[in-house]
Ligand binder design. Structure first.
Ligand code: SAM
Ligand code: DTB
Ligand code: SF4
Length: 326
């Protein structure tokens, strides 16, 4: 079923055109994506974010990839919302280790207003440590987005995950339109948008193209676009799917760079199963952000030392944080 794109004042390439980008010889695609990348960014700078799960497990949603869904038996149990002071300590440690943005994730369909007040205090505490802030709490009402903006939140992460057409194979407890509506609330509240998806869930190239077109049609496109490779979690329906061809990951990064030239593209979950050479190719194709620290939300990420060595070998430096507004 065709799905209407969000109305965009900018021309977005057609589905056929985006699929043709994916089908190009890799060298041609890489050359073009890297040329566009250099026009908009320092090609040797990578933005560094650290993740913390502030509320883990027991989620009512049935996202087929997720360790935290209450629908599946995984090793992740249900935990309560963290204390503000513990979050402050984690944020300080992340800054001292070199992160410039701190992203707080919660296993919610959407936050309750009472929890939102605690999260507002976490945001204030993280900002006071001199970090940019990001939160990912699920679906938001307009007033909840405004509350987060008032607390000083910089970014809200809310992934579309896949194409509109494939979405029902991934999640059945909410609709694609619900996700788009939350993104509208986030934008209307003046927050920066972080939205992307996951590859390796059995989707087709056409689905990857449709996801990237939908993101590029947002007005404006997300400032930050995470490209996650599925982290297989035992007990979830997507465990055991064949991993994607690494070059298809590179192509997804390159097409994201071409469709959203001024956005940060984050090489997000899945780096632990990627070689250094594959990550280097993704940076060349236009990825310029990573999650740093040995944990994502519930699954492992490369050790900090490994990433420091990788940056040194590639001559990459961490992107400096934006200077504070006057
Ligand atoms: N519950 C909120 C939500 O879903 O919006 C926020 C947290 S949720 C864990 C954030 C994102 O992490 C998901 O939208 C999905 O894109 C990504 N994610 C979760 N589990 C993953 C996995 N096993 N592999 C790759 N990405 C994953
Ligand atoms: C995003 O796109 N990826 C991050 C972050 N945004 C919240 C989450 C990845 C989660 C990977 C699985 C886990 O650790 O539970
Ligand atoms: Fe819940 Fe988010 Fe996991 Fe879906 S991705 S089950 S909404 S924590």
């Amino acid at each position: 079923m065709a799905f209407p794109l969000p109305s965009s004042p900018r021309p977005v390439p057609t589905q056929a055109e985006v699929e043709a980008m994916f089908a190009r010889p890799l060298n041609d695609l890489l050359f073009e994506a890297h040329t566009v990348h250099r026009r908009h960014f320092d090609p040797n700078a990578v933005q560094v974010s650290t993740l913390l799960s502030i509320k883990t497990g027991g989620c009512p949603e049935d996202c087929h990839y997720c360790s935290q869904s209450a629908h599946y038996h995984t090793t992740v149990g249900r935990e309560a919302l963290m204390d503000v002071e513990d979050v402050r300590r984690e944020a300080r440690a992340a800054r001292e280790a070199g992160a410039t943005r701190f992203c707080m994730g919660a296993a919610y369909r959407g936050p309750r207003d009472r929890d939102l007040e605690t999260i507002a205090r976490m945001i204030e505490a993280v900002k006071a440590e001199g970090l940019e802030t990001c939160a990912t709490l699920g679906l938001l009402e307009a007033a909840q987005a405004r509350r987060l903006a008032d607390a000083g939140l910089d970014y809200y992460n809310h992934n579309l995950d896949t194409s509109p057409e494939y979405y029902a194979q991934v999640v059945t407890t909410r609709r694609y339109e619900d996700r788009l509506e939350t993104l509208e609330h986030v934008r209307a509240a003046g927050l920066k948008v972080c939205s992307g998806g996951i590859v390796g869930m059995g989707e087709s190239t056409a689905d990857r193209a449709a996801l990237l077109r939908t993101l590029a049609a947002l007005d404006p496109p997300p400032e930050s676009v995470p490209v996650n490779e599925l982290v297989p979690v035992e007990g979830t329906p997507f465990y055991g799917l064949p991993p994607i061809d690494p070059f298809d990951l590179v192509r997804t990064v390159a097409v994201a760079r071409l469709l959203m030239p001024a956005s940060h593209v984050r090489l997000s979950a899945g780096r632990r199963s990627m070689s250094d050479e594959l990550q280097a190719l993704c940076f060349f194709a236009g990825a310029n952000s990573i999650f740093y620290g040995e944990r994502l939300l519930t699954t492992p990420n490369p050790e900090r030392d490994e990433d420091r060595r990788l940056f040194a070998r590639l001559g990459i430096h961490p992107e400096p944080p934006p200077s504070p507004a006057p």
